[in-house]
Design a protein around this ligand. Structure first.
Ligand code: SF4
Length: 416
């Protein structure tokens, strides 16, 4: 329960041809025997995920990918999975070994990382085989166009230096990504309004609430957590108004009615749409709602196959609200899980879930794919805020970040 969720970890992926020692590197970096290691090429059938703490970076997950050069039907499946790994990769390690050399495979990985702006470290495994033959390393570096970090997973050499390079090249935006910390200053007070109803988990707060509290504390600010029923009383005890109030969307209108208009108010959903995705692109997606016509295809994408309750948000609530707004039937399609449909261009609108199971890079990849095919995309939080008439007030604390709608924009991991 105390583990940092995978979605909040820096994702470091190991790419390399079969049998260059990807699993051995995973084991060496994590100090655990987890991935099966064999001399037989292609032993790893699925990406393997292993959590690790790299200080001062913090919680990371290292992904051992199957070989992109794999063969056969099963190989094609492996290739698809490996490409999906690119979507979530924050930093890539390209592993080669002296005997295998460099060919189009390594160059393609390098190109893919360049195109996606993923920091790439090239690692030369089995460096113990080189002996004094530095010509081989120089030749490989020339062919690859990158410096090689020599390691020997077998002898345990070079791993500390590799970790130092990982820390140095980790994307800066990962280390300075805020939920709310950039909207407040040290000493500020934030009030968090969290309804505790039958849908709330017993005995604990939900993860977005916990993460927001931690972000406020990291900023040396203060967090006051109340239910909506205690908000009025809590406000009366304060000697100055709060810097910001953050509420669960369900009680937004109730909270807005209690607060003076000049007190900045937003919702957890809006903050997480920004934290996980790209607020401007998701805002642009809203414009499609007014243009929808009877029979238009709408994709509802959820990043996991969670247990559905009666009046489920994705399959019942959102379709109902949207059809009421459009005034006619729409053609809804649902897609859930770690994949993403290939035929995005068939849709007039994509409505994506809050993506709590995805890392930021992965959600940005999904938004970018929608932008590349010209399909507007919104997420549940922004969609519901718009439909419930609370979007304007909940966006006010973030007005300074909103840009003119521009569907052709290329988003980066820092949302730029
Ligand atoms: S927000 Fe998305 S990823 Fe999170 S539980 Fe809901 S469907 Fe799953």
């Amino acid at each position: 329960m105390n583990e940092t969720p995978r979605a909040n970890r820096l994702h470091i992926s190991i790419f390399g041809r079969r049998n260059v020692g990807k699993s051995s590197l995973l084991n060496a970096l994590t100090g655990q025997e987890m991935a099966l290691v064999s001399d037989h090429p292609g032993t790893t059938t699925d990406p393997v995920y292993k959590s690790i703490e790299i200080l001062p970076l913090g919680p990371c997950v290292i992904i051992d990918t199957a070989g992109l050069d794999d063969i056969g039907d099963l190989g094609l499946m492996r290739i698809k999975k490996t490409r999906e790994v690119f979507d979530k990769t924050d930093l890539a390690l390209l592993l080669i070994e002296p005997g295998a050399g460099v060919d189009s495979f390594e160059l393609e990985i390098k190109e893919e990382c360049l195109a996606r702006k993923i920091p790439l470290l090239a690692v030369l495994n089995k460096s113990d085989l080189l002996g004094k033959d530095i010509d081989v390393k120089e030749k490989l570096e020339k062919e690859l166009g990158l410096s090689l970090i020599p390691v020997s997973c077998l002898a345990g050499e070079g791993l500390d230096y590799l970790k130092k390079m990982i820390i140095k090249h980790a994307p800066a935006e990962f280390q300075k990504s805020y939920i709310v910390g950039d909207l407040i200053s040290p000493g500020d007070l934030c009030i968090l309004v969290t309804p505790i109803d039958s849908a709330a988990p017993r005995g604990r707060l939900i993860l977005p609430q916990v993460q927001t509290i931690r972000d406020i504390l990291d900023r040396n600010a203060q967090a006051l957590v109340v239910k909506e029923t205690e908000l009025r009383e809590a406000l009366q005890t304060l000697i100055k108004p709060p810097k910001l109030v953050i509420t669960d969307s369900q009680v937004f209108k109730q909270v807005a009615a209690i607060l003076d208009e000049e007190i900045p108010l937003t919702s957890f959903s809006i903050l997480f749409a920004r934290y996980k995705g790209d607020l401007n692109s998701l805002m642009w997606g809203l414009k499609a709602i007014d243009e929808l016509q009877a029979g238009d295809k709408v994709l509802i994408a959820e990043a996991c196959t969670h247990h559905r309750q009666e009046d489920d948000i994705g399959t019942v609530k959102i379709p109902r609200l949207l059809e009421q707004k459009v005034g006619s039937r729409l053609d809804f399609h649902w897609y859930s899980g770690s994949g993403y449909p290939e035929n995005l261009e068939d849709f007039k609108l994509i409505i994506h879930c809050g993506a709590c199971m995805l890392n930021r890079r992965q959600m940005l990849s999904r938004i970018q794919k929608a932008l590349d095919t010209g399909v507007p995309i919104v997420n549940y939080g922004i969609f519901l805020a718009y439909m419930n008439g609370i979007l304007e007030r909940s966006l006010k604390p973030l007005y300074h970040e909103l840009k003119e709608p521009c569907p052709e924009r290329k988003i980066t991991a820092d949302g730029g």
